[in-house]
Design a protein around this ligand. Structure first.
Ligand SMILES: [Fe+2]
Length: 315
């Protein structure tokens, strides 16, 4: 590993800090790395990855191999370090120039995101999509039952996995395609940068169990119960599980605690805008980062496709 002050070179990739938030590690894959990865995995179609879970580990190993096994180690260390716990992975300038808007290209994105998720853990079954990953498209118009696919409003800061009974240690979001997009950046706030963390963490309601349930489109069908500050990490710092839309407060006290929390998070000046370009993926430690999405500028031809994987760490 060599490099200038702000960029560190590894075998097959480089790392720098994101200009909008230095906690976020920008991992830039060399074109040669991606070409080698495509070559090693060309015999596997996306369907075979969906049918055979062990193949997902094989392609993760192939990607790591292209980087002399330095990539997996770096990504795990980043996710395991509370001070960072997030990376934006993208191809270098040559890769970005050579991207084409095609299904073949998007198949490569599915493979790459699968390799990354299996280097850091194991994706959960996505009940909304019925696979270990989900792909969904945001259009200018929407009639769904949550803010996920609504383009013209900001999706407020939240954690994923609030209304399911399996752990969601990480969230991976990859941009598959976009047309007529303006704004719509990802929003990130680290729990330790939340200016009013102490006010809510040391509140009598912080450890009180709250009910969380999802609308029908999520295909969950049960209610879970947990406090917002549901556990501490190995250094005694808080892990959070909060989302405004799916909390079901049982009384005035709970309702106002959650209301004030939402207001505080939305007003926080330490929230960063992170642009995720086509072919790039943002991966966060879900319990120490809150994420959201800025609104888009309305456009009749607006279209944006995302791939998501959520899962647990296996180390
Ligand atoms: Fe989310």
């Amino acid at each position: 590993m060599t490099g200038a002050a702000d960029t560190v070179r590894y075998e097959g990739f480089a790392v720098s800090s994101h200009p909008a938030n230095p906690r976020v590690q920008v991992v830039t894959l060399d074109k040669a790395t991606l070409e080698h990865f495509e070559e090693l995995t060309s015999q596997y179609g996306v369907q075979s990855l969906e049918y055979k879970p062990f193949l997902r580990f094989a392609i993760a190993d192939a990607l790591d191999k292209c980087c002399e096994y330095q990539l997996g180690r770096f990504l795990l260390a980043t996710m395991n370090d509370r001070d960072t716990g997030a990376f934006l992975m993208e191809g270098d300038a040559d890769v970005r120039r050579s991207l084409v808007d095609s299904d073949e290209q998007r198949d490569v994105f599915v493979k790459l995101s699968t390799a990354v998720s299996h280097l850091i853990g194991l994706p959960n079954f996505d009940a909304m999509y019925g696979k270990y990953y989900a792909r969904f498209t945001v259009f200018n118009q929407d009639s769904s039952d949550s803010y996920l696919r609504q383009a013209h409003r900001r999706m407020e800061l939240h954690n994923d996995g609030t209304y399911v009974n399996e752990r969601t240690d990480f969230v991976l979001m990859m941009k598959m395609a976009e047309e007529n997009m303006e704004q719509g950046d990802s929003l990130l706030l680290h729990v330790d940068d939340w200016q009013e963390l102490e006010r809510f963490y040391h509140h009598p309601m912080a450890k009180q169990a709250i009910h969380w349930s999802a609308p029908p489109s999520k295909n969950i069908g049960y209610v879970v119960e947990h406090p917002v500050f549901f556990e501490e990490d190995r250094n005694g710092k808080p892990h959070m599980l909060f989302i405004d839309q799916f909390a079901q407060p049982a009384n005035m006290q709970q309702g106002l605690y959650l209301y004030e929390m939402g207001k505080s998070l939305e007003g926080d000046e330490n929230c960063s805008n992170i642009r995720v370009n086509v072919g790039s993926m943002l991966v966060i430690q879900n319990h120490c980062w809150l994420h959201g999405r800025d609104k888009f500028v309305a456009h009749p031809g607006l279209k944006r496709e995302l791939l998501r994987q959520r899962g647990r760490f296996t180390y």
